[in-house]
Design a protein around this ligand. Structure first.
Ligand SMILES: *Cc1c(COP(=O)(O)O)cnc(C)c1O
Length: 386
């Protein structure tokens, strides 16, 4: 070996954006010249394009994925005392939307193979107070949304899909965000369809639901200065919509690139002899799911995850832990007094998961560096142990 190994970033947004630079400049210049920075034509066009992409009739732009979730629950008129079933192994926003409205999150455990919420745990958690279920399509793969909707229908409970990481994903060929009462999307820059700032979108097959979410996103105001309900101010601005329309044209190519990268990781890790219960457990693909690979999460057992991450970091290889602290263990949720004994897979996943670099322009050379670094970690570990 000679010289320091080059750095492999967890994510390189600039590299991904560079080929589209001229398209962005053109689209953004048109917004500057239009002077319509909110409610510009790009916003309506983006809503139509996202609705069509997700095969639903309605889409409503909003300020973020977090707001999309909050707006969906506000449209259901969620009240204190209501319960919402949600995974604890998720990003905070899947849960804060519930508690911000004074309602109670009921945490369901996850399936150990996909990291997604376990439908049987949902069924077991239903009570007369259950008002909604928020399945999260984690890392770009749909939860078992057919089964979840079936359970919800039996009990007349609404399903709100947290599809923040899953635009373009599908289950039984039906898109994420088209199954529940509403689908919630985030265009945070690291998502598969990333803006150059914050933005979000709601989808719904139900025109009345979509209309109510739009009303609430606009201060509950209709007509102007007459407020029907107490809403919030949550808009997608025209600049972000213009950027997103450019990126949406290239989204399927980006998903194809991510799929190639994910498959290559699996082959390289396998070839390197690193896959096995005492080493690395690869991510599992549900045969019914079309995975869009927002994240590539592997399991590192035997308490070695943190040491491996440090080893990789010292050698310039990026990685991340999504998510190190499940929601039921967050300080702000101590008041819920959840001991975690019913969430064993959630707690194990938070200790074992490691997310490797994945973005459309990540090269094969970089992927080999990632795998070589993991390989040398195990070799050095073996030496220490011997
Ligand atoms: C990113 C994300 C959100 C929140 O989206 P923002 O646009 O950042 O507010 C919600 N849920 C999940 C699962 C996410 O990954």
């Amino acid at each position: 070996m000679s010289g320091p190994a080059p750095r492999v970033p967890l994510l390189d947004v600039n590299r991904d954006n560079q080929p589209l630079r001229d398209e962005f400049v053109e689209a953004l210049t048109a917004v500057v010249d239009s002077g319509r920075f909110l409610f510009g034509p790009d916003v309506t066009e983006l809503e139509n394009e996202i609705a069509s992409y997700c095969q639903v009739e309605n889409a409503v732009g909003c300020a973020s994925g977090s707001d999309a979730l909050l707006l969906a629950l506000m449209a259901l008129d969620l009240q204190p005392g209501d319960e919402v079933i949600v995974p604890s192994f998720t990003f905070f926003a899947s849960v804060s939307c519930i508690t911000r409205l004074g309602a109670t999150p009921i945490f369901a455990d996850i399936c150990p193979d996909t990291f997604n919420i376990d439908p049987e745990c949902i069924a077991a958690a239903i009570t007369p107070n259950t008002k909604a279920i928020i399945p999260v399509h984690l890392f770009g793969q749909c939860a078992q949304i057919d089964r979840i909707c079936q359970i919800a229908n039996q009990h007349d409970i609404a399903v709100i899909e947290d599809a923040a990481q899953a635009i373009g994903a599908a289950y039984h060929s039906r898109p994420a965000g088209s199954w529940g009462a509403a689908g919630c999307f985030s265009f945070y820059p690291t998502k598969n369809l990333g803006a150059m700032g914050d933005a979000g979108m709601l989808t719904s097959r139900d025109a009345a639901m979509a209309d109510r979410m739009r009303l609430i996103a606009g201060h509950g105001m209709r007509p102007r200065y007459y407020h029907q309900v107490v809403g919030i101010n949550s808009r997608i601005d025209t600049f972000q919509a213009a950027v997103l329309r450019v990126k949406l044209r290239h989204l399927d190519d980006a998903i194809t690139a991510r799929t190639t990268i994910a498959n290559r990781y699996m082959n390289l890790l396998e070839e390197a002899g690193l896959v096995g219960p005492d080493q690395i457990v690869l991510p599992t693909q549900d045969p019914n799911a079309f995975h869009v690979w927002n994240q590539f999460g592997i399991r590192i057992g035997e308490g070695r995850r943190d040491a491996m991450r440090e080893f990789m970091g010292e050698r310039g290889v990026g990685s991340e832990i999504y998510y190190p602290v499940p929601m039921h263990k967050q300080q702000c949720y101590e008041y819920l007094k959840i001991d975690g004994s019913t969430l064993p897979e959630t707690e194990r996943a938070s200790q074992e998961i490691l997310n490797l670099p994945i973005f459309p322009t990540l090269t094969e050379t970089e992927q080999r560096q990632v795998v070589d670094t993991i390989s040398s970690y195990y070799q050095s570990g073996a030496r220490v142990a011997a």
